[in-house]
Structures are given as structure tokens and as C-alpha cells.
Design a protein around this ligand. Structure first.
Ligand code: GLC
Length: 663
């Protein structure tokens, strides 16, 4: 049962694709006001959801905000990350219900933070749509919600291969070296990502011809090696006389304006920039068509970045800060003034006042950015994806974005933003997957090995062992950090083996992904969804179900020789040493301590299920989908629906693409 309420005069976000009638009935257990609502939590209630966020799969015990933020230092006490996903599910003895708050402005979710038995949701804008979904199980709620918000984005099949990224591979030569590092060492790879330095002075839709003189040939040469180049596009457009995108944006009023009606100036990578007004339909169409510049060079995938939008500084703020700094020059910076001074400099980036200082033309109305903040990344990405429908009709183009709002899942995937080479962020990667899946974002993954900070070999290997189960599998690291490409480690053989296993798993991963997308189901599920009556399973957050057949339990602590795994029922453990099966053993229900080596991946096949594995390959095109080895735990026999299609056509359907496998 879905109930829809309209409070005040909300803006149309286009999160919901299939609107339902407004409900007359009240919800007796929610006290709804213009400022939000509250709900009394019982001790055993679990709260799932909120998409991309810190902390657990169960969101209880913290306060979160929906306020898309560029925060490469996020930790446990962070309140909001890059996306805004206002969907949650409360699951208790009394009832199970889901809520979605459709509002593009800031929302606070106090989920048992102020009072452990109270969930309080507070809005900054009193205009919103509220959806309440009442079903028997959280899985049904997810299904209903996903039918409201519409189908998930489908990437091309090759995007399920392994990708290597670095900020940056500065030259064509470096890109060739990365390709060679993988190919010569037989480490499978399908994508090399290009970060901001492929551009000329960080200008979107340009190529630095000094460092990438033969860009078109490079694209083709890589293609011959089974590798796609995937360039980044940023949310800000450089202010530079003679730069066509800048000039066109100015002439046509396609940029966001300040209060006086001038193009709003912000600092991002290139220095002074303007933000294209992604909320203005004409500007959006204009910006989207610019991707053609790279499509016509043979590019088939992109990642959209800095689209929270991230602001290093605004012109005004910089001026104010410099003035204030003058006064500190003659000050003896003491206990009071030193921290003020430090905070002043820190307040330069992503300052809330700046987000209140520029305006959009949204459906013909001037609207302040802070009222629609959480839509910017969504609409930027949508601009590209809508253009692809015209520029590359019928073809799936790889696209994922850093910032997002519900609704964007129809147009692209997301990566989980700038994490760090921390063991805690490895575990966070696991926990974020099901929460994002609930909101329709299926094509997702974190920067493997961690983006910021220096990685170590064991961290990268353990992270790869989790990353092989993420739909988006990409190793990425920041400028200035230790290199972490798979072929650079002493134990390269272990990295090769684990990435190789990903390619053996591809028919399963692709099938489970596509079935989840086409049937509005989850790809990665919390244990509590499958075993709601098992109180241990419900509270287990360091394991996860991937698709219908398997459970995973990655190691996420340094120097650990293995870990304790909880089996809610009898399962068959498969231990892989690299690509090869090393041990197969039925384990009974309960806790088990398992030793797991750095070169190993352990997974658990559920009873009555099959795990089909291919032989492997060094790129997706080489994987043989026909001759599969069926591992199973099926004493009574079992079926498996294998999904396969050409991997590029946009109009994917289940019919005609399912092959039944039997044991
Ligand atoms: C942002 C992105 C990161 C990228 C960097 C440089 O921090 O999140 O992935 O490498 O910008 O473009």
C-alpha cells in the first residue's frame, strides 16, 4: 500500500516516475507537520536506508543530513556525503513501513540520536511530498518504492570488468604504461579512467594536446587491447575568453546567477568557473550535447564529478577572508584567535552562505540554489544521459556520478565518493551497497584501495576481495598518494588471482545485476532481509548476500588471519585461491572462525542454489558465457536463471535473455 501526501507547495524534483493518487487517510503512527514528522521507535526496530551514508546498514543511533557535500575526510561523525537519498524503512514487530521525502533542500534524520527511542525528521523547506509505503517485509517495500521511482540505469556489459584510475595519468604515455602493466602481467582490465589532467587547463570537453597529442589514436589503440578510456567531466566551466563552452554559456544565460543577475563566480579546479544551470531545461540540453565532443572520438563512458556542486571558494568569500586575514597580521594568535584564524581559512570551501548566494532558472522561476541544492548532480548527469539518447540511440553508455538524488538512478550509477585508504572505509563500502540498492542505485562501488591516504598491499588485496562483488569495480587513488595499481605490489600474483576471479564470476554478477534492475530487486541484500526472524542475522552487518545464491564475508582488519563468519543456515563454503577453487565444504548453521589468506576469497553458497562460473578472461569480451562450471549446494537439484544479452542495447528485457541452468 502506497500513500502520498503533499505538504505545502513542493517543487517537482522528478524523483518519482509513477505518481500515485494523493491519500486522504492519515497515518496514525506518524505525526506529520510542515517541519517534518516523528516516530516512536521500539527497542528492536531496525531502520534501513538513506542510501549513501556513513555508519551501519541499520541507521539507528546517529543523525544524518541530506545535503550533498564534497567531503574527502568523512568519518563516523560525518552527517552527509555526496548524495541525498531521503528513503528509509522502519522494520519492527508492530509494523514495517517505508518513507520517502521528496524535497531538494536539506533534511535532517535524527534516528535515535537525541533520544534512542525516537526518529525525528526535520525539513528546512516546509514544502515536500511524503510517500508512506506499508508492506509485510522490507524487500516488498523496496520493490514498491522502486516501482514508484522507475527502472535503474543499465551500464554496458564491459563496465562490469575491472577499471584502473588515478588522479592522474598525466600523459598518453602513462596511460599506455598502465595498459601494459596489466596486459603484460595478465591482470584483467576493461577500463582506464582519465582524470582531470587529460583536459586543457581543466576545461570540460577539451583535450590537452601537449600531453595527449594522439588522443583519438590512443582511444583506438586501447580498444584494440580490449580497454576503454573513461574520461571525467566536472560540474564547473572555466571562465576563459575564447573558450567556446564559456562563451556560449554567457551569451545564452546558461550559467547560474548571483543576486544581481551576474554569472556567479566560484573557484574549482581551473580557478574561476561558472556553474551551468543544470536545472534550466535549455542549459541542460546544451550541456548534455557537449559530450558529443568525446563520443565522436570513440569514448563510450564518463564519470561526472564535483557536482554537489563542490565550491573551493566564491569571489565574495575570498575577498572577505583576505580582508579579515589582514587584521590577524598584527595579532598575537593565542588560544582564542588562533582557532578563529584557522576556522576562517577552513570556511572558504563549500560555505553554506555561498550556496545561498546563487540562483537557478527552474521552470521559468528564479530560485535560490539552497532550495534545490540536492538536485544539481542529478540534473547534470541527466543532461548527459538524455543527450546520449539522441547522440548514441539504442546504446548503453557508461555513466556514473559523484553527487546524486533519487531519480538519478534512472540515468546513471554512482561511485561512493572520495574515501581513504582506511580499513574502516573498506567496511563502509560493504555497508553502503545495500542502502544504495534500496534507492535504485545498483551500479555502484567505492574506490578500491582508498582514494586519499597511502594504501598498503594487504589493504588493496582485502579490498579487491570485496570489490570483485561490487557492480562497479575500480581501483582509484589521489594525486600525491602512494601508487596502488595491482601490478605494482610485491604480491602481484594475489592481485591477479583475485581480479581474475571477478572475471570468472561475471556471468553470475551480470545476471544478478540485470535481474535486480529489470525486476526492481536488490543486488546486495542485508542478512536481515533473508532471515528476519534470526536476531543474529538481523544484527550482522559485515556480511552480505550478493544475488540469490551467495553470501560474502570479507576480511576488513589489518593483520587478521581470518574472521568469524555467521551462517544463518547450513551453507557450502567455497574457498578460492586466486581464480581456482581450493576447498569446498558444507558448514553448519552458526559461528565459524575461518582462516582466509591474502590471496584467497571465501564465499558461501546457499542451499538449493547454483553459482555459475566462467573460465575467466582478461577482458569482458573474452569471457565465455556458454561453457560454465556450475558450483552448487543442491542435494535435491536446483535451477538457475542465467541472464545474457548483447550487453550494449539500451532496451534490455528479461524475455528471451534467460537461460535455465540445472543441476
Ligand atoms: C574529486 C573526485 C576524485 C578525482 C579528483 C580529481 O576529488 O572525487 O575521484 O580524482 O576530484 O578530479
Amino acid at each position: 500500500m502506497i500513500k502520498r501526501f503533499v505538504v505545502g507547495n513542493p517543487l517537482e524534483t522528478e524523483a518519482i516516475l509513477n505518481k500515485v493518487q494523493m491519500s486522504e487517510e492519515k497515518i496514525p503512527y506518524l505525526s506529520v507537520t510542515q517541519q517534518g514528522f516523528s516516530y516512536k521507535l521500539e527497542p528492536e526496530d531496525i531502520v534501513y536506508g538513506l542510501g549513501e551514508n556513513v555508519r551501519g546498514i541499520n541507521k539507528r543511533g546517529w543523525i544524518y543530513e541530506s545535503n550533498c557535500t564534497d567531503n574527502p575526510f568523512h568519518q563516523e561523525d560525518t552527517r552527509s556525503l555526496y548524495g541525498a537519498h531521503n528513503f528509509l524503512i522502519v522494520c519492527g514487530k508492530e509494523r514495517c513501513f517505508g518513507v520517502f521525502l521528496d524535497t531538494p533542500a536539506n533534511v535532517t534524520f535524527d534516528i535515535g540520536y537525541t533520544h534512542f527511542d525516537e526518529m525525528k525528521i526535520t525539513l528546512t523547506q516546509p514544502d515536500y511530498e511524503l510517500y508512506v509505503l506499508e508492506c509485510e517485509t522490507p524487500e516488498e517495500i523496496v520493490g514498491e518504492f522502486r516501482s514508484l521511482i522507475g527502472p535503474s540505469y543499465l551500464p554496458p556489459k564491459w563496465a562490469f570488468g575491472f577499471g584502473q584510475c588515478r588522479w592522474s595519468y598525466f600523459t598518453a604515455q602513462e596511460v599506455r604504461e598502465v595498459a601494459r602493466g596489466h596486459r603484460e602481467n595478465h591482470i584483467p582490465i576493461d577500463m582506464i579512467y582519465l582524470d582531470i589532467d587529460y583536459m586543457e587547463r581543466y576545461k570540460d570537453f577539451t583535450i590537452d594536446r601537449e600531453t595527449f597529442p594522439d588522443f583519438e589514436e590512443l582511444v583506438e589503440e586501447m580498444r584494440q587491447q580490449g580497454i576503454r578510456l573513461v574520461p571525467i567531466i566536472d560540474g564547473g566551466v572555466k571562465v576563459e575568453k575564447g573558450y567556446d563552452i564559456y562563451e556560449e554559456g554567457v551569451v545564452n544565460n546558461y550559467f547560474c546567477k548571483d543576486a544581481e543577475g551576474n554569472d556567479f563566480v566560484v573557484g574549482v579546479w581551473p580557478g574561476k568557473c561558472h556553474f551551468p544551470d543544470m536545472l534550466n531545461e535549455k542549459a541542460r540540453r546544451w550541456f548534455g550535447r557537449k559530450y558529443q565532443f568525446l563520443l565522436e572520438k570513440g569514448i563510450e563512458g564518463f564519470w561526472n564529478d564535483m557536482n554537489e556542486p563542490a565550491i573551493f571558494y566564491s569571489e565574495n568569500r575570498l575577498k572577505k577572508i583576505f580582508e579579515q586575514l589582514e587584521t590577524y597580521k598584527s595579532t598575537n594568535l593565542d588560544v582564542n584567535t588562533f582557532f578563529q584564524f584557522q576556522d576562517l581559512v577552513r570556511s572558504v570551501a563549500n560555505n553554506p552562505e555561498d550556496y545561498r548566494s546563487f540562483y537557478h532558472n527552474f521552470r521559468g522561476k528564479k530560485i535560490c540554489h539552497d532550495k534545490v541544492h540536492n538536485l544539481f548532480g542529478y540534473y547534470m548527469t541527466r543532461s548527459a544521459s538524455e543527450a546520449f539518447e539522441e547522440l548514441a540511440p539504442g546504446k548503453r553508455i557508461l555513466m556514473f556520478s559523484r553527487s546524486s538524488y533519487i531519480g538519478m538512478h534512472r540515468y546513471s550509477g554512482v561511485w561512493m565518493g572520495d574515501n581513504r585508504s582506511w580499513w574502516s572505509h573498506l567496511l563502509m563500502n560493504l555497508k553502503m551497497l545495500p542502502s544504495l540498492n534500496m534507492c535504485g542505485f545498483l551500479y555502484t562501488g567505492a574506490d578500491i584501495g582508498g582514494f586519499g591516504s597511502d594504501a598498503t598491499e594487504d589493504l588493496v588485496l582485502r579490498w579487491l576481495a570485496l570489490g570483485i562483488f561490487m557492480p562497479l569495480m575500480r581501483n582509484h587513488s589521489a594525486n600525491g598518494t602512494r601508487r596502488q595499481e595491482a601490478y605494482l605490489w610485491d604480491n602481484m600474483a594475489a592481485a591477479r588471482g583475485i581480479i581474475g576471479l571477478r572475471y570468472r564470476l561475471l556471468p553470475y554478477i551480470y545476471s544478478e545485476f540485470m535481474k535486480a534492475a529489470l525486476k526492481n530487486e536488490m543486488y546486495g541484500r542485508p542478512l536481515g532481509f533473508e532471515w528476519p526472524e534470526d536476531t543474529i542475522a538481523v544484527r550482522t552487518e559485515d556480511q552480505m548476500l550478493i544475488g540469490e545464491s551467495i553470501m560474502i564475508a570479507p576480511v576488513y582488519e589489518q593483520n587478521a588471519a581470518g574472521r568469524v563468519v555467521y551462517l544463518p543456515e547450513e551453507m557450502k563454503m567455497l574457498r578460492f585461491s586466486g581464480t581456482e577453487l581450493a576447498e569446498e565444504k558444507v558448514l553448519e548453521k552458526g559461528h565459524h572462525y575461518l582462516e582466509i589468506g591474502l590471496n584467497e576469497v571465501v564465499l558461501f553458497v546457499k542451499k538449493g542454489h547454483i553459482l555459475p562460473l566462467a573460465d575467466g578472461g582478461e577482458c569482458v569480451d573474452q569471457v565465455d558465457w556458454e561453457n560454465l562450471k556450475l558450483y552448487h549446494f543442491a542435494p535435491q537439484g536446483a535451477d538457475y536463471e542465467l541472464y545474457d544479452d548483447d550487453g550494449v542495447s539500451a532496451a534490455a528485457v528479461l524475455e528471451g535473455h534467460i537461460r535455465l541452468l540445472k543441476v
